[in-house]
Every structure is written in structure tokens, then in C-alpha cells.
Design a protein around this ligand. Structure first.
Ligand code: HEC
Length: 229
């Protein structure tokens, strides 16, 4: 290639050579680092222990940082410093589970007659007159075979335990104000719904003893799963 041709070349043509020269000087530096006998560009000869100290510095700093991170994490686990301890009264508001055998039922009582006015004023707007269904589920229906397509899952034909009904109403109804009913109110409206489904009579009082003794029509209609096996 003549000088003129070279001048006509785009400027780019010199770049591979420039890159090459950088690589060469990098290689020299690497060699200087690896070979303890070589002098570095600054002309100062370094002893092996000095360089050893340099090379140990980074790992030591990293290990210290790690130890301090773990120490802080352990500190946080031991004392999260979040929120404040729950009082027994606050915990009781969440301790609502009523079990099928009636464990967890509170003191109190009510009959269907007591529950009717509660149902009319606080429940019928969503569940319909007499619990026959409106915007929310129907709660009352005649006993019927559940094997038919579209069978009702209202309380009478479907629910296996009366205690579950108390639990559901106490913790979640009326939908706009859960927890607002007293224990007597919940017993009363539960009695109202059981009577409307023909499971108990209008005059039967529901309380912590009588409610678990109610046998729902579909009690034996479920295949129970034994979770122990
Ligand atoms: C604002 C509307 C509204 C009001 C008022 C209301 N409910 Fe409900 N209720 C619902 C809705 C919606 C559901 C379905 C919720 C779900 O399945 O999670 C429901 C579900 C239920 C169920 C379970 C039905 C089932 O078969 O799964 C019962 C029992 C019940 N309500 C009782 C009551 C009682 C008793 C009252 C009055 C004290 C009441 N509800 C007031 C909206 C309402």
C-alpha cells in the first residue's frame, strides 16, 4: 500500500494498531504484577509482603462487611421493633373459631322469634325475604337431593353443622358491618335461619349446649377426608 493509498484510507484503519498497543502494555502490567522481581512503571520496587498485604486487604474488608451484615440481621430477628404487642382484648376479637362440636361457642342465647327482627332489618336487604335469596345467596330451602344438577346449597339442604353457621355469621355478617352483632343476636339469627329451614322449631332456644346438638339433614352427605392418613 502506497503512502497516498494509506492517506486515502478512512481514519478507522489505524485503530486496530492502536488497540494492539494498549493490549501490549496491559500484558506488561499483568506480568509485572505476577512476577515479584519486575519493576513497575513508577520505578519503585515492591517487596512481596507489601503486595501480599494489598492482595489480602479486599478479602478481609469483604469478610468484615459480611460479618457486620449478619450481625445486624440477627439483631433484627431478635427484636423486629415493629408495631406493638397485641393486648388480650384485641386478640380475643380474632379468636373466633367455633368447631363442629361447639368448642369456642360463647355464652348467650336466642330463639327464632328474637332473630326474625334482626334478619328483617339487617339481612333481608341482601339475602331476600325469608332468606330466599336476592343479591346474596339464598339461605333457606327445602331438603333436596344434592346429586341433582343445580341443587341448592342453602343451609338446610347442604350445611353439615349448625355450629358453622354461628361461626360464619359472627365473623362476617352483616357483610357491611361484620362483628357488630352481640352473641345473643348471633344465636337468635342462627335460630331464625335453622327454623326457617325446618331444622328446629320456632321456640327452640339456641345456646352453647343446644346448638351443637342440632343434627343437620345433610350431616352424613359428605365424604370426610381423614387428614391423619
Ligand atoms: C350487604 C349485603 C349482605 C348483608 C346485609 C348480609 N349478607 Fe350474608 N352474605 C352476603 C354475601 C355477599 C355473602 C356471600 C359471601 C361469601 O360467600 O363469601 C353472604 C353469605 C352469607 C352466609 C353464607 C351463605 C352460604 O351458603 O355460603 C350466611 C349464613 C349469611 N350471609 C348470613 C347473613 C346474616 C345472618 C345477615 C344479617 C345479620 C347477613 N348475612 C347480612 C351479603 C350480605
Amino acid at each position: 500500500m502506497s503512502m497516498r493509498d494509506r492517506a486515502a484510507q478512512p481514519h478507522l484503519s489505524s485503530s486496530p494498531r492502536r488497540r494492539g498497543s494498549i493490549q501490549a502494555s496491559d500484558e506488561r502490567k499483568t506480568e509485572a504484577w505476577m512476577d515479584p522481581g519486575l519493576r513497575r512503571d513508577d520505578g519503585v520496587s515492591r517487596s512481596v509482603p507489601a503486595r501480599l498485604r494489598e492482595s489480602l486487604l479486599l478479602p478481609v474488608v469483604l469478610i468484615c462487611a459480611l460479618i457486620s451484615t449478619f450481625a445486624h440481621a440477627a439483631d433484627r430477628l431478635a427484636a423486629p421493633h415493629l408495631g406493638k404487642p397485641m393486648t388480650a382484648g384485641e386478640a380475643a376479637k380474632w379468636d373466633l373459631s367455633v368447631f363442629p362440636d361447639g368448642k369456642g361457642l360463647p355464652e348467650g342465647k336466642g330463639t327464632a322469634a328474637d332473630g326474625k327482627s334482626i334478619f328483617v332489618t339487617q339481612c333481608a336487604s341482601c339475602h331476600g325475604d325469608g332468606g330466599r335469596g336476592a343479591t346474596a345467596e339464598e339461605l333457606v330451602a327445602e331438603p333436596q337431593p344434592l346429586t341433582e344438577a343445580g341443587a341448592s346449597k342453602a343451609i338446610g339442604p347442604y350445611w353439615p353443622y349448625a355450629t358453622t353457621l354461628f361461626d360464619f355469621i359472627r365473623r362476617s355478617m352483616p357483610a357491611g358491618a361484620p362483628g357488630s352483632l352481640s352473641s345473643d343476636d348471633v344465636y337468635a339469627v342462627t335460630a331464625y335461619l335453622l327454623a326457617a329451614n325446618g331444622v328446629i322449631s320456632e321456640t327452640d332456644e339456641m345456646n352453647a349446649t343446644t346448638l351443637p346438638a342440632v343434627k343437620m339433614p345433610n350431616r352424613d352427605g359428605f365424604d370426610w377426608i381423614d387428614v391423619k392418613h
